[in-house]
Design a protein around this ligand. Structure first.
Ligand code: NAP
Length: 330
């Protein structure tokens, strides 16, 4: 076994491609209650870039290793660890910094992945699919046949929403900013797919037969979020979970007074920290079940080795990608 590992590291906040480098570290040693996990894969999510830039609400002590999610194989166990075996594929917690060859973690924080799920896909099951699951369960009591609407529907999170909603019997209006995505998202189960624009409300009305839409999911902000809010039925809820346009929400008072819309938000890391182990497992179980059936497969545009960290983060910062940029480890 190698005596050292490579880890991505940054000492100051800034443009990820400028501030990140790779350094060698000693191979980690587990304490009694810890496990060493040899990383298999870790994605580059928007939140990872935001944190390196210093734009995330939680700033780690510097120098820091980024990476909010990932999966790997348990290769070493502390002497007191029970209920975990060497060789198990596990999902990492969000606060360990996954962009490194191997990481030492408290064994009880690891989530064991069942058979039949590729490590690369397991590495991306925690943030977006779990967020999508919560978005569809925690805000509006939807019944089979009910509609919801989301923007950035082609994002990894948006595609998870489409698949989970389909599974639960809900219908989705999916808003994108590129016409070439319409057929693709329809094929993935999106009931209605529309290109964002000034006529969105009219188009939503005609394509859904004037359905009452009580849940909106916003990860863009600015004008796009407002157009989504305008499509909601009175008393409806807009849940914001991202701000890809970097524009703030603009909510006219009338949407509060005359439509009594509710505006909520979710931060999955906070949900995860507050959840008990059994609540986490309860949430993972249906996601694992779907993944074992070949669903919730996150698209990948390109996999990089960690040594190409600068190129990888520059690529991940580009828009109009066909999928995630990930690190695959040796
Ligand atoms: N709150 C939470 O706990 C939580 C959890 C999960 C995800 N998120 C957030 O959800 C969002 C999506 O995450 P992801 O990992 O699914 O992202 P992703 O797969 O990287 O996709 C990014 C999406 O954003 C769109 N986009 C980029 N810039 C945009 C702009 N200026 N205006 C409108 N759309 C734009 C892209 O559209 P194009 O393809 O057309 O470029 C694409 O649909 C991010 O903001 C992320 O931070 C939050």
């Amino acid at each position: 076994m190698s005596k050292s590992i490579s880890a991505a590291v940054y000492e100051t906040h800034g443009n990820p491609a400028d501030v990140l480098r790779v350094e060698l570290r000693p191979w980690p040693t587990p304490a009694v209650d810890e496990a060493v996990v040899k990383m298999s894969a870790a994605p580059i999510n928007p939140a990872d870039l935001n944190q390196i830039e210093g734009k995330y609400p939680v700033r780690p002590e510097l120098p820091a290793t980024p990476g909010f999610e990932g999966a790997g194989i348990v290769v070493e166990l502390g002497s007191g660890v029970k209920n975990l075996t060497s060789g198990a594929l596990v999902i990492l917690p969000h606060n360990v910094g996954t962009w490194r060859d191997a990481v030492v973690v408290k064994a009880e924080e690891l989530v064991v992945v069942p058979e039949g799920i590729e490590p690369v896909q397991a590495a991306m099951l925690k943030i977006n699919p779990l967020t999508a699951w919560r978005l569809l369960h925690d805000y509006v009591d939807l019944q089979k046949g009910d509609w919801l609407i989301q923007n950035a529907a082609n994002s990894a999170a948006g595609r998870d929403v489409i698949q989970i909603a389909h599974e639960l019997g809900y219908k989705t209006v999916n808003v994108v900013r590129r016409a070439e995505l319409v057929d693709e998202l329809r094929a993935e189960g999106g009931d209605v797919v529309l290109v964002d624009g000034d006529s969105l409300r009219k188009e939503v009305k005609s394509t859904t037969g004037g359905a009452s839409i009580r849940l909106g999911l916003n990860s863009v902000g600015g004008d796009s979020a407002l157009r989504l809010a305008n499509c909601l039925a009175p008393g409806g809820t807009l849940v914001s979970f991202g701000a890809m346009s970097l524009q703030p929400l603009k909510i006219p008072t009338g949407l509060l007074i005359f439509k009594d819309l509710r505006f909520r938000g979710i931060w999955i890391n906070k949900w995860y920290d507050k959840a008990t182990r059994s609540e986490r497992m309860k949430a993972f179980r249906p996601l694992f079940d779907m993944a074992q059936r070949g669903l919730l497969k996150t698209r990948i545009e390109k996999a990089y080795p960690l040594s190409d960290v600068k190129a990888a983060v520059a690529h991940a910062a580009q828009s109009k990608r066909s999928g995630k940029i990930i690190f695959e480890f040796e």
